[in-house]
Design a protein around this ligand. Structure first.
Ligand SMILES: N[C@@H](CCC(=O)N[C@@H](CS)C(=O)NCC(=O)O)C(=O)O
Length: 206
């Protein structure tokens, strides 16, 4: 059985678990990271020298980097629409996965740590304000796109929805002042209608 090493409240583990559930793949997830520890042992570092989660084990094959794992699972075990049939559609999906890394992740991680994860005395409200401006510039791009289509790759969901869809939950559910995005909100409602998204992404933020 495929094993995913990583705690359930990690956004990077959530991407992989959501993907596995959408393609109907049973995986075993092992709690590793933060309060569970286990990611700094020689045994873990031999699998993932970054000491980060998630790590995939599929028989003897080991891989890390959540987006790489999502692509691997969708290509090996999935089918369309999650792994699009046409190269152009897969490339479009991949584009939004890379866009997450360069445009959405940097400001959203600042917001997350300063609204949720840092203890109150360590939170920096100014940093949240600045990061919200940056995040909103990026979300605006996706909001504009979603005015004309239901999912980031077009009419059907795909792996392209997965990373940004995970941050969409955090954007809407974290308690901080933010601009409204109607199309993004409608897409969020479509994601919320999916049991795999509710089961693996919509977990209490911690
Ligand atoms: N680019 C990596 C980032 C991995 C990463 O930063 N993981 C975080 C959790 S979201 C981590 O391992 N933190 C240390 C820990 O949980 O102990 C990926 O997408 O897999």
């Amino acid at each position: 059985m495929v094993r995913i090493l990583g705690r359930a409240n990690s956004i990077n583990v959530q991407k992989v678990m959501w993907c596995a559930a959408e393609i109907g793949l049973d995986v075993e997830r092992v709690d590793i990271g933060m309060k569970f520890g286990g990611n700094d042992t020689p045994e873990y570092l031999a699998k993932n020298p970054n000491g980060l989660i998630p790590t995939l084990e599929d028989g003897d094959f080991v891989a890390w980097e959540s987006h790489t794992i999502v692509r691997y699972l969708a290509e090996k075990y999935g089918a369309r629409p999650w792994w699009p049939a046409a190269l152009e559609d897969r490339t479009r999906a991949s584009q939004w996965m890379d866009w997450y890394l360069t445009r959405i992740h940097p400001p959203m991680t600042v917001i997350f740590w300063n609204v949720v994860r840092h203890p109150p005395e360590k939170r920096d409200p100014e940093a949240v304000v600045g990061a919200t401006v940056e995040a909103a510039k990026a979300w605006r791009i996706l909001d504009d796109l979603l005015a004309g289509q239901d999912y980031v790759g077009g009419a059907e969901p795909s792996i392209g929805d997965i990373p940004v869809g995970c941050y969409c939950y955090r954007w809407f559910e974290m308690d901080f002042e933010k601009p409204a995005f109607a199309n993004l909100g409608a897409w969020y409602e479509r994601l919320k209608a999916r049991a795999p998204y509710r089961d693996h992404v919509m977990l209490p933020l911690s």
